[in-house]
Ligand binder design. Structure first.
Ligand code: SF4
Ligand SMILES: [Zn+2]
Length: 117
């Protein structure tokens, strides 16, 4: 069993979920509450609803974040040895770009400090 995620991991996970949920809410229908029991972190996803495609993307991103071997972890976009499969990397970049712009429009600049893609 893996150790309990630390504060930084939880913060990244919350941010990732928030960015994917914002993107999904404006692009896709058929959303249902997101759960990922295997992560043991469902309490962080209380208001997150996603379509099946974004559910897969977020689960993948969470798994990669929780398995990241680098400490301190760089921003993924500056990673010397990126772990994401190319199709997920392109998708998560698109999501982060879109939701990053939305966050700026909403004045949530604080969240962008944790913008790790
Ligand atoms: S891309 Fe690099 S920094 Fe990001 S999770 Fe993977 S190994 Fe860690
Ligand atoms: Zn979606």
């Amino acid at each position: 069993m893996r150790r309990e995620p630390d504060k930084k991991e939880k913060r990244d996970i919350r941010t990732l979920a928030r960015f994917v949920a914002l993107y999904c809410g404006q692009h896709h229908a058929g959303r249902t509450p997101f759960t990922f029991p295997a992560s043991g972190l469902d309490s962080l996803f209380k208001s997150v609803e996603l379509c099946p495609e974004c559910t897969r993307l977020l689960k993948y991103g969470l798994s990669m974040r929780l398995r990241c071997p680098l400490d301190p972890k760089p921003l993924c976009k500056k990673c010397p040895n990126p772990c994401y499969r190319p199709e997920y990397r392109d998708k998560i970049r698109e999501v982060m770009r879109f939701s990053g712009m939305q966050m700026i429009k909403r004045g949530r600049i604080d969240l962008l400090y944790h913008y790790f893609f």
